[in-house]
Design a protein around this ligand. Sequence first.
Ligand SMILES: *Cc1c(COP(=O)(O)O)cnc(C)c1O
Length: 221
Amino acid sequence: MALKDNLKEIHQKISAAAKRCGRNEDEITLICVSKTIDAETINEAFNLGERVFGENRVQELTEKYPLVNSDARWHLIGHLQTNKVKYVVGKAELIHSVDSLHLAKAINAQAEKQGICQKILLEVNISGEESKYGLTTQEIPTIIKEIGNMKGLSFRGFMTMAPLYAEENEIRDIFSKAKRLFDEYKPYGSEVLSMGMSQDFEIAVEEGATCVRVGRSIFKK
Ligand SMILES: *Cc1c(COP(=O)(O)O)cnc(C)c1O
């Protein structure tokens, strides 16, 4: 019962945040972040209408993948090591966390081997926090140019995270900078802007997110 109520509340908040800034809620995809959540509960969320699930660890994604309804779509949202690439390419509809040219090359090689095109987002560290993964904004132009030549990769946009303990104006500033980047690269295929978690997804929607990654607020008891 809790899950149903939690999901209803999140969807209402997304809808309200979208309305506040003149957006349509259909423009925003809720990614249910199911890390640490068992397959049975994920199937429950699926049966309540959710379709997109986000995992931050490759091993968890591959373990749950066969246990959840095959119509579920999986997104990898956490840091990806090149030696794990082979397990996730082709399984994840979208990899949000491409944070180096080295990783992009490894994903491209694996995708080419499988004869597929892997959709990816570039993770950008707007805040410049040293503890965070992600490309600096200065690195973006070069990597996008390189990725444009990789047949196994399809660049779709950007992912970013705000610091955990930031003031609202700081979070807004980070999200609006990500939105500018997202807009700037539309001619290169940018159509997804992944930002916003349990504590800041409403701000993210107001600032232009096209998908929000919410875990705790959905799966809390
Ligand atoms: C865990 C996680 C989320 C969701 O965070 P919650 O606080 O549980 O909503 C979003 N993005 C990434 C990259 C995560 O690892």
